[in-house]
Design a protein around this ligand. Structure first.
Ligand code: UDX
Length: 443
């Protein structure tokens, strides 16, 4: 089987490399010639564990190729994936200009029957819009189907998520298209992945409903964390006990600085917009967004309060990416908290295993550091902002000896409070009582 993938962003590249690994012949297309050049030199333009190796393997085997040539990509492809960006507009709605653009080109470029599969997260009704646009731009009638095939992969574990998904969603209105999509995903069928075959509207909504539900879980536990702080309770234990109820589940109940990344925030805003347009207000989604914004502000307040104000002080920041195992800084809570603190007049010595260079471009005032010990050197406190494994088991006695004051503010609840206190440090986390003596509060 031969497929084309339009767009070599995160979803497009992972999709292309993984299908090539399944033995499919894949052509990935992007109009950005510099990006295609890099990909043809096995240089993946972002960090995702295992992706560069998988792409190189596919290319060596002759199953994966990269091009700027649209016609070559769709020629003889049985399935063409749309994996272009759908950024948020200021009003929260999804900007579909790139989707519309490739639909117009597909109208002009399809020469034989193909399934056009939308992988990008798109508002309900987009599959129909793509179908109409393709049709309107055909010089002569060529048969095709448009299906919605939303992707659920997470950054940092994208390949595993693609190869072993919890489910595959196929939103199609034609049996022919459904059969081709099932054939394409046959390796997953063999490992008994559940397939949900449904209409395009339902498939499109599944993606939003799933992502916004995850965001709501995070906002919920963050509100509970705030309540725990007022009541001397421990959110970790609350979350653990809640998660043992199988109806609730233990995932996405980790309190912290709020969610970030390219999907959850964008999808929550898009769902609110979709609900408003449809006359079915999405109150929970709207509250989820508000709570997430407040959570970041609360973290800034927590840091300011611990240090009696940050003006003139130096903070060590461990972690800048929106979550571990990625260099992605989009909507990163760590970065936005750092930006607000810099505005308050402090200095920040930051480290991040993959995201430092881009973070320094976004916030040139950051001082880049080699590692967490370097960052802590001479700082007035440490802020653990993203829970990279590299930060989980540090020598706290050494950290303490490098700091000007022994204060660790852990926005990801990575450390055990008793262990930190035993090292003689003041430890502040999220939704758990602070421990140890705060050197900034003793007069
Ligand atoms: C998300 C969805 O999980 C995925 O299915 C979809 O395809 C894309 O969007 P991703 O953005 O890569 O994936 O990351 P995810 O692991 O979902 O984390 C999102 C944010 O939530 C991160 O900032 C993370 O730190 C935060 N988070 C996650 C929490 O604060 N607490 C949790 O318990 C879980």
């Amino acid at each position: 089987m031969r497929i084309g993938v339009l767009g070599t962003g995160y979803v497009g590249l992972v999709t292309g490399a993984c299908f090539a690994e399944f033995g499919i012949t894949v052509t990935c297309m992007d109009p950005d010639a510099a990006r295609i050049d890099r990909l043809n030199r096995d240089d993946v333009p972002f960090y995702e564990p295992g992706l560069a190796e998988l792409a190189a393997k596919g290319r060596r085997a002759g199953r994966l190729s990269f091009t700027t040539d649209f016609a070559r990509t769709v020629d003889k492809a049985q399935v063409v994936f749309i994996a272009v960006g759908t950024p948020s507009r200021p009003d929260g709605s999804a900007d579909l200009s790139q989707v519309d653009d490739v639909a117009r080109r597909l109208g002009r470029g399809l020469t034989d029957y193909a399934v056009v599969a939308a992988k990008s997260t798109v508002p309900v009704g987009t599959a129909a819009r793509v179908r109409d646009t393709i049709r309107a731009h055909q010089a002569r009638p060529v048969d095709f189907d448009v299906v919605s095939n939303p992707e659920f992969l997470r950054e940092g574990s994208a390949i595993g998520d693609f190869m072993r998904p919890d489910r595959v969603i196929i939103g199609a209105d034609s049996e022919r298209a459904t059969a081709i999509m099932k054939e394409l995903y046959r390796p997953l069928y063999l490992i008994e992945t559940p397939f949900i075959v449904t209409g395009a509207h339902t498939a499109e909504l599944i993606k939003y409903a799933s992502n916004v539900f995850l965001a709501a879980k995070i906002s919920f536990i963050n509100e509970i964390a705030n309540l725990c702080e007022c009541m001397d309770a421990d959110v970790q234990t609350v979350a653990k006990a809640m998660g043992l109820d199988k109806r609730i589940g233990s995932k996405f109940l980790h309190a912290g600085p709020g969610y970030g990344g390219s999907c959850l925030g964008k999808d929550a805003a898009a769902l609110v917009h979709l609900g408003d347009e449809a006359g079915a207000a999405m109150h929970l989604a709207a509250a989820t967004i508000r709570v997430n914004e407040q959570q970041r502000a609360r973290m800034v307040e927590k840091i300011r309060d611990t240090l009696n104000g940050v003006r003139g002080k130096t903070l060590a920041f461990w972690g800048l990416s929106f979550k571990p195992n990625t260099d992605d800084l989009r909507d990163s809570p760590a970065l936005s908290i750092a930006a607000r603190l810099l505005k308050d007049g402090c200095a920040i010595r930051a480290c991040d295993p993959e995201g430092l260079a881009a973070a320094r471009r976004a916030l040139p005032a950051l001082t880049g550091c080699e590692d967490p010990y370097d960052a802590a050197t001479g700082a007035d406190a440490v802020v653990l902002a993203t829970e990279w494994n590299q930060f989980r088991n540090l020598d706290l006695d050494r950290v303490k000896s490098l700091l000007r004051a022994p204060v660790l503010i852990d926005l990801r609840n990575v450390y055990d409070p008793e262990r930190v206190a035993a090292c003689g440090m003041h430890y502040v986390s999220v939704g758990r009582p602070a421990v140890g003596v705060n050197p900034y509060k003793t007069s």
